[in-house]
Design a protein around this ligand. Structure first.
Ligand code: ADP
Ligand code: MG
Length: 724
């Protein structure tokens, strides 16, 4: 068998693929949220009183009483049974980026031995998965391993249809018996509550009398790659690590930039339509989709929702995207950097806070008073990013995202804030004392509404900034494509809570001196900008001048790897932030550090093992096979008196030897286990292991361009990126 059999087979399969016909699009109003037990369905099936109670809980997060829980559970069960569902599952979000489910039947038997269905309020509120196999860091020591799940009524239950049947899914929190958060949902709910408390204080000092509960919102733009499964299945690295660990660059990469917003390939369109129909049924408002920069790369963005719901929907979108791609003969790659030298994938997290009485607080609004509120909230974000830049870097840290951050395609690993020229000038003027409310006779109209309407033009935006104001929200662009949005949202909400508290305290002092609101706002923001204004940067975030200036002149940190980033979670200031806001206790925070650190080490070690394995069992044999062909032909030619040029043979032999030397060094490195601390182990992975992996790759990739194509076992970059 020739070495490239699986590649030839793959290409044959793809080119002879029967095209999957596009389904006729269904009218949106027929399918929208049809599989979601939302407020509309609750209103239809519950008594007025029960509906009022659950609606209040869903909208404000107030606790649900046991009687209502029973009634809601019964209605939920009946609705699910009427749709052919036999199982229910609490779905929860452990500290990894995945979701976890435990399925249970509605079935119970009664004393006569007959099967009946049952689902009580207590089952809805408390499921008991055995938590022992979910990573919970040091919490494992302080508690029995078990944890329990309980429905988060702010996120509606829904039905998941798979080939295996249909299941009622109940979005849940996951906590230990002693109440510690073992998941990503509890901190998000708590951070939202902390933000609300602090925002209420600020708004009431600003004279607002009616202030509805504030909520954070999130709209996440998701980038991803699609590769035909026939190729992906012959790449152990894609299957196990989600990225290529080997692969010489394609002659045609993305240098022609002809993919971005180009026509979406027909097969991909069929996939997208199928996927989006499923999203609509689940009440997920998919809004835009388009090609991305790299060949084979695409993006989908839903319309924004309350952060908690958006976070659940994001997880569901990733799960469904992978499953649907598979049905269409694709492997969906959510990895941040699946192909070296080709644009990676991110997830821009658009974020804002608001309520029904004051609206979006990051929207400048149309009156001078709205403008003041806006400036305070915007200032609070500036202060937060400056004070907690390293925390923001830590919550987006992963082995995969490290490949992207700081490379010239994605936001730098230095956290700065982009405001746009005009808003930047407003804050600069406040800092320089050039704006005083007396100028406008007490009423300060900065004309922000007009200015910012103008700046809302997306073409005007600075794409090199990791944290940008985009007209009525901030966009955190450094988040990785495979990551849960919860971590970033928790960090943003919590830093905002901290800043708003500081603002409230200082406003109170100023107002106590008899200052007008406008004067007080300007005074407080002046101090804020003097301390934190250095984080505002409108220039080119990719440039080396910025990297130098940020660190040397502005005291910002450039944090290149996860090993350098995660220790921020152990900083006193970060502990204090989470403890004072009630978002995470020191034990809960520490457990997160431990889980993420362990994940980092494990994922680098997995890749290292794969590198060794693939180099030894796939690449070396291909190279040796080629050498043997060359030497047989060479000696028979020599017998005939013809000297063949032997430069290729020499190159292949020397690269093979060099590769195996590097493989040997890498094997020794991963055997090392005498680390004094997890920090030390992470540093070893970040520096030694990663560079040895690169070393193996350099030789392997150079072999790829020497060895006869028909002997090469791994699908090549140009095949995976361009053949669809
Ligand atoms: P771009 O690619 O220019 O950044 P998109 O239109 O692709 O913009 O995505 C913008 C995202 O921001 C969408 O998900 C949108 O719903 C979201 N968004 C808009 N307003 C808000 C807001 N107030 N809070 C959170 N997200 C928002
Ligand atoms: Mg964007």
């Amino acid at each position: 068998m020739s070495g490239n059999e699986s590649r030839i087979q793959a290409i044959y399969q793809i080119t002879n693929r029967e095209s999957m016909p596009a389904k006729k699009p269904k009218p949106l109003d027929k399918i929208w949220a049809c599989d979601v037990f939302n407020l509309v369905k609750m209103e239809e099936s519950l008594s007025k009183a029960a509906f009022k109670a659950i609606k209040n809980t869903a909208q404000t997060g107030a606790p649900l009483d046991a009687a209502t829980a029973d009634v809601v559970a019964a209605a939920m069960k009946d609705w699910a049974l009427s749709k052919g569902v036999k199982f229910f599952s609490h779905i929860f979000y452990p500290m990894t980026n995945i979701t976890a489910e435990k399925h249970d039947g509605f079935i119970v038997t009664n004393s006569d031995g007959n099967a009946i269905t049952d689902f009580s309020g207590s089952l809805l509120i408390k499921g008991e998965p055995d938590g022992s196999s979910f990573p919970n860091g040091s919490l494992r020591m302080t508690n029995a391993a078990r944890g329990y799940t309980a429905w988060d009524p702010t996120s509606p239950a829904y039905i998941m249809h798979t080939d295996n049947g249909s299941t009622l899914m109940i979005p849940s929190v996951f906590m230990s018996w002693t109440g510690e958060a073992l998941d990503k949902k509890i901190p998000l709910l708590r951070s939202n509550a902390a933000m609300n408390t602090a925002a209420q204080k600020v708004l009431s000092l600003m004279g607002e009398t009616e202030i509805a509960t504030l909520n954070s919102s999130c709209g996440a733009e998701q980038e991803y790659f699609l590769v035909d499964s026939n190729f992906a299945n012959s790449r152990p690295d894609l299957l196990q690590a989600g990225r290529t660990l080997f692969g010489a660059p394609a002659p045609k990469g993305q240098q022609f930039d002809d993919h971005y917003f180009g026509a979406i390939p027909a097969r991909v369109q069929v996939f997208m339509q199928d996927y989006e129909d499923q999203l609509y049924k689940l009440g997920i408002p998919a809004k835009t989709h388009h090609n991305e920069v790299a060949p084979g790369q695409f993006e989908i963005a839903p319309y924004f929702e309350a952060a908690n719901v958006a976070a659940d929907h994001q997880q569901l979108m990733m799960t469904l995207m992978k499953a649907t791609a598979k049905k269409h003969g694709f492997m969906c790659l959510l990895h941040e950097k699946p192909f070296a030298g080709i644009n990676g994938s991110g997830k821009h997290v658009n974020w804002s806070v608001g309520n029904s009485t004051q609206g979006n607080l990051l929207d400048p609004g149309s009156t001078p008073h709205d403008n003041l509120n806006f400036l305070l909230f915007c200032g609070a974000v500036i202060r937060g990013v400056h004070k907690f830049g390293p925390l923001l870097r830590a919550v987006i840290a992963s082995a995969a995202n490290d490949h992207r951050l700081g490379a010239n395609e994605a936001p730098p690993a230095i956290l700065s804030v982009y405001l746009g020229d005009q808003l930047e000038k407003v804050f600069q003027d406040i800092k320089d004392g050039k704006i005083a409310s007396s100028e406008t006779g007490g009423e300060m109209d900065l004309g922000l509404s007009q200015i910012l309407n103008f700046e809302r033009d997306p073409g005007d935006r600075n794409r090199t900034s990791p944290f940008a104001f985009t007209g009525n929200r901030f966009e955190f662009r450094a988040v990785g494509s495979s990551q849960s949005v919860s971590g970033p949202l928790v960090a943003m909400n919590t830093m905002l809570a901290d800043s708003l508290s500081w603002i409230a305290d200082n406003l109170e002092i100023e107002l106590g001196k008899g200052s007008s609101q406008a004067d007080a706002v300007v005074t407080v923001l002046k101090v804020l900008m003097e301390e934190h204004g250095s984080v505002v940067f409108g220039g080119d975030g990719y440039s080396s001048e910025w990297h130098k200036m940020a660190v040397e002149e502005r005291g910002l940190q450039n944090i290149p790897t996860t090993a350098d980033a995660l220790p921020a979670l152990r900083e006193a200031s970060v502990k204090e932030l989470f403890e004072s806001t009630g978002v995470l206790s020191p034990v809960e925070l520490e457990s997160r550090f431990e889980v993420y650190a362990e994940q980092y080490v494990l994922s680098i070690e997995l890749e290292a093992k794969l590198v060794i394995d693939m180099a030894k069992t796939l690449i070396y044999p291909a190279a040796i096979g080629y050498l043997s062909e060359l030497s047989i032909t060479g000696s028979s030619m020599a017998e005939m008196g013809v000297e063949l040029d032997n430069s290729i043979a020499i190159k292949v032999a020397s690269e093979s030897n060099a590769m195996m030397v590097s493989v040997g060094k890498l094997s020794d490195a991963i055997a090392k286990d005498d680390f004094g601390s997890i920090e030390e182990h992470m540093q070893f992975c970040a520096n030694d292991i990663r560079s040895l992996m690169d070393e193996v790759r350099v030789h392997a990739d150079s072999l790829e361009s020497e060895v006869a194509d028909e002997l090469w076992p791994l699908p090549k970059y140009q095949e995976m990126l361009f053949i669809k």
